[in-house]
Design a protein around this ligand. Structure first.
Ligand code: SF4
Ligand code: SF4
Length: 373
């Protein structure tokens, strides 16, 4: 483990750019912390933190100069790896109308360095890797964008108001899937980072930085900070037996109850770092005869998403909420070997009516216990 002073983070961003990466990381925009290109540490949310609760998010000042003193915002890394809107194909007629040219290149793909990836987000990227890369059909857009991404994880030094990653075994410390992992320590008189390398390329980058071997005290301080973040999470999700409970709970009255609040707005699926559903649209340009195929995010909360041969099979809000929760916490495990939730809390924060999936899962567990005791 090495230690890097605050100024070493500027050196890290420069080193990544010099290696040809487009550096993306957290920045403040529209009163939220989002992910975008970073030119220097001045673009980071210096001294800013987020206060989150069910249906509520606001930024405030911390009173120090922490660079990563917040948890997660509305963006996740899926907007870069599995973008909200991407052109899959463009077909252009050749001169003279004798044939066509097909172009399936992705002009948005870059060699990215992701800076500030939280442990839960690494777990979410791991889930999307299994969905897009490990099945019988590899997704070419995700494959091209994911290949060669350099990951700088930042362990969470504080729990957000809606987080429950500790109970999903997905945080707050990043354990794998990173090139470098940082833990930020802001003391009364010092501001530094513990740095761990997780790959040969990470070791190379670290070797070029002004770091030194961490002392035992510095390592202990960082461990203490992460333990305190894990123990201060206000929510948890008990997964034990939950897939079976959801399977038995198809007719539970809880689905109608949550449907009286759910607006079917799709926010929860848009902000979720693991949700991957999309739809495909073809557009034609009558002027030049070109045709394009675009993919855009879709959601199991829309009626169109389950449109099958003449109609939607999930016309009620209750059936759509049931589909989302049952897939996420139940059938996802059969499909991909893990739940589709990493406990980031985004769907709770960004639900306009504050629906909390940990509360819904607990209520379903309770009514199952009452029915099957
Ligand atoms: S379901 Fe909610 S808490 Fe779980 S990963 Fe998705 S947004 Fe995060
Ligand atoms: S659960 Fe909340 S965020 Fe999700 S669709 Fe319903 S109202 Fe929207």
């Amino acid at each position: 483990m090495e230690t890097l002073d605050r100024s070493g983070i500027d050196a890290l961003l420069t080193a990544l750019r010099e290696r040809g990466f487009t550096v993306l990381g957290p920045t403040v925009r529209d009163r939220a912390i989002v992910y975008d290109e970073l030119r220097s540490t001045a673009d980071l949310p210096v001294g800013v933190t987020d206060e989150q609760a069910a249906g509520s998010y606001r930024l405030t000042h911390r009173g120090d100069d922490a660079l990563f003193g917040y948890t997660v915002g509305p963006h996740s890394w899926k907007r870069w790896l599995h973008p909200p809107l991407v052109r899959l194909l463009r077909i252009t007629p050749e001169e003279g109308g004798q044939g066509f040219t097909a172009d399936s290149s992705d002009p948005g793909a870059r060699r990215w360095a992701f800076v500030g990836v939280r442990a839960c987000e690494l777990a979410a990227i791991g889930i999307q890797d299994r969905v897009f890369l490990d099945g019988p059909a590899v997704d070419p857009v995700y494959d091209a964008r994911r290949r060669g991404v350099f990951v700088v994880a930042v362990n969470c030094a504080q729990a957000g108001g809606t987080c429950f990653c500790a109970s999903m075994d997905a945080g707050p410390r990043a354990r794998e899937g990173f090139d470098l992992a940082l833990t930020e320590v802001v003391d009364d008189d010092r501001h530094y980072f513990l740095v761990e390398d997780g790959s040969p390329e990470g070791r190379e980058v670290l070797a070029a930085l002004p770091s030194r071997l961490a002392t035992a005290d510095e390592v202990k301080t960082a461990d203490r900070i992460l333990e305190s973040a894990a123990s201060s999470m206000g929510r948890s999700l008990e997964m034990d037996g939950l897939p079976e409970i959801l399977g038995r709970g198809y007719d539970s009255p809880r689905w109608e109850k949550v449907a009286t609040r759910c607006l079917s707005c799709t926010n929860c699926t848009m902000v979720c770092p693991t949700c991957f559903c999309s739809t495909v649209e073809d557009v034609n340009d009558l002027a030049d005869g070109a045709a394009e195929r675009w993919r855009r995010w879709d959601s199991c909360f829309t009626t169109e998403f389950s449109y099958l041969h003449g109609g939607s099979v999930r016309t009620s809000v209750s059936s759509r909420y049931r589909q989302w929760l049952t897939h996420k916490l139940g059938t996802w495990i059969e499909q991909f070997g893990s739940p589709g939730c990493v406990g980031c809390g985004r769907c709770i924060t960004w639900c306009p009516v504050g629906i909390d999936l940990t509360e819904e899962a607990a209520a379903l567990r309770e009514s199952d216990r009452a029915l099957h005791a």
